[in-house]
Design a protein. Structure first.
Lengths: 394, 182
């Protein structure tokens, strides 16, 4: 059915796929800003933005539900940011000032290339079924590439802070760099136990995110267990570091609108400002995606219940379910639901906790999380070694 | 004065991680999230005005339709921001209310000056000026924001009265004229 697609030139296919992913990610990131406004409103006992509706659509019955949810406010916000006068203040270094928001989009939209969203069965030439990830690339260095590119995001903040030639943005940029370096360490150390577990001796070594999900989709008690149950401490440290890496409250030191006006984006407005925030939400989406892949079994619906199980079960009633298209849609939907929950969790935490003081952020990063993640790594290294040496068949 | 020294207990390990408190906080905000919102959708839903609210100052009629103000100008005198300007006038002799003698010819309250303090209402010996329920006063020009006498009576309307001071006074005077004694 889809053969014509695979006969297209490789380069064209890659461009199409990449565009499709960006066309989903970009509006999703923008929709997060509306979700943020609504969640904050509900938490604070307000209805939130609920008035906007285009006059030419207002006659449609039932449209008031969308209106109440603020769907059209999203378009209004986007239109405002696009058409507002885009000021470049006189005292800034214009080249780097304009470069910064563009640079913020690059890592935000690049990291998504390494995220598998789902999987489907394809029939090999010898007739066996093989599970294939739906992803732009399935690199063996998957997670390493995400970390390498994701941490480039801070350069745009530093660039913005520096180019603004003003003290508050500068302080915001400095804080961003210090915070990212501090939490990058614990973040990387916290996922090492996962890969120690995945890369059992004798097998081919991999850092691929698809393989991590596959190792959570095995039969057996440990095989089907999500890593959040196996390594709760890793998941916990990773989650906290994720909050810090995406500059979310309570770690939004680079922004700190109370003490730094707006931090790195003080001098920005209109479209350039909105690019920073689309990038921030894209980082959140990608970060939540990685958390779901590493610790929550990716596109598997429940612990010990894999997508393949569900699809094979469903195909017993309706063979259509096993087709690559339907299976891919089911997988992507499950994955996006999990990611959506984490986006909500990010917002929920933001409107619950106050911001840390800067020294508290540093103390937490260097004195608490780093030793904890090292201890966690050593503990799991020993446990996994014991398991591999004495209980290889567990 | 007794000084009570409160013993500060050292925080337990769990308390020092803040995690139980963060979880409690998340629970609180989640509960708040599923409750209905407390905001009134303002132009469609109006707030309930409590008794004794001090809104826009107005002039009122008594239940017989007589304007209560006798233009004594006490309110003009007491008004801290000098928002009130009264031009006193006589009541014509053929009017049924001629015995009241005086009524304002013009009564202006500049709502750009008014501070809604309610001193005019407090000082008024005739209970003629009332700060009622209207809380929203808008206009496009400075002139529009000055309430003249006509507008003040439109806003004020009629309020119940139990005294009928001037009617009693008139009755007493008439009785005195008949009986030679009052």
């Amino acid at each position: 059915m889809f053969d014509f697609y695979f006969e297209l030139p490789l380069l064209l296919r890659l461009v199409l796929q990449g565009t499709a992913v960006i066309l989903v990610l970009f509006p999703l990131a923008a929709a997060c800003s509306m979700a943020e406004r609504k969640v904050s409103a509900w938490i604070q006992g307000r209805p939130g933005p609920n008035r906007t509706v285009p006059p030419f659509l207002a006659w449609i019955p039932g449209i008031s539900i969308l209106q109440k949810l603020g769907i059209f406010q999203l378009a209004a916000d986007g239109g405002k940011f696009t058409f507002k006068e885009d000021v470049v203040p006189g005292h800034v270094n214009a080249f780097y000032f304009i470069l910064a928001p563009i640079a913020s989009m690059i890592p935000a939209l690049t990291t998504v290339a390494f995220i598998p969203f789902g999987a489907y069965f394809t029939e090999l030439a010898d007739g066996t079924m093989k599970l294939v990830p739906i992803a732009l690339t399935n690199l063996d260095v998957g997670l390493l590439a995400v970390f390498a590119l994701g941490s480039l995001g801070v350069y745009s903040l530093i660039l913005a802070g520096w180019a603004s030639n003003s003290k508050y943005p500068f302080l915001g940029g400095v804080r961003a760099s210090a915070q990212l370096i501090s939490y990058e360490l614990s973040m990387t150390l916290s996922v090492l136990p996962v890969f120690l577990w995945v890369n059992a001796p004798g097998g081919p070594g991999t850092l691929s995110l698809f393989d991590v999900v596959q190792s959570q989709s095995q039969p057996g008690f440990f095989g089907g267990m999500w890593y959040i149950f196996l390594m709760p401490l890793s998941a916990f440290i990773f989650l906290i570091a994720l909050f810090a890496e995406t500059n979310r409250q309570p770690f939004d030191m680079p922004e700190s609108e109370a003490d730094l006006v707006g931090g790195f984006h003080t001098e920005y407005g209109a479209f350039k400002w909105s690019l920073f925030f689309v990038a921030e939400y894209a980082h959140m989406i990608v970060g939540s995606g990685i958390f779901c892949l590493l610790f929550l079994g990716g596109w598997n619906p429940l612990p010990w219940v894999t997508l393949a199980d569900v699809v094979n079960f469903g195909a017993g009633f309706l063979p259509l379910i096993a087709s690559p298209l339907v299976m891919g849609v089911i997988g992507i939907t499950l994955f996006l639901l999990k990611v959506g929950f984490f986006i909500f969790f990010f917002m929920w935490v933001r409107w619950t906790l106050p911001r840390f003081r800067y020294d508290q952020v540093m103390t937490l990063g260097w004195k608490k999380l780093l030793p904890l993640s090292i201890a966690n790594l050593v503990l799991y290294a020993i446990l996994i070694a014991v398991k591999d040496l004495y209980f290889p068949n567990l | 004065m007794a000084v009570i020294t409160v013993e500060r207990k050292p925080l337990s390990f769990l308390e020092r991680t803040y995690l139980p408190n963060i979880a409690a906080g998340l629970a609180t905000t989640f509960k708040r999230m599923v409750q209905p919102s407390e905001t009134l959708e303002y132009p469609e839903v109006r707030p309930e005005i409590p008794v004794g609210y001090r809104g826009v100052p107005t002039l009122v009629y008594d239940p017989h339709g007589r304007e209560k103000c006798v233009s004594c100008q006490l309110c003009e005198f007491v008004c801290p921001p000098k928002a009130i300007r009264i031009t006193p006038g006589e009541i014509p002799a053929d009017s049924p209310n001629a015995h009241v003698e005086k009524a304002p010819k013009e009564f202006k309250i500049d709502m750009l000056r008014c501070i809604y303090c309610g001193l005019c209402q407090e000082v008024c010996p005739e209970e003629a000026i009332w700060l009622q329920n209207q809380y929203s006063m808008t206009g496009l020009t400075r002139e529009e924001m000055v309430n003249d006498k006509k507008r003040l009576y439109e806003l004020g309307g009629t309020l119940p009265d139990t005294h009928f001071k001037w009617d009693k006074k008139k009755a007493a005077e008439e009785a005195a004229a008949h009986g030679g004694h009052h």
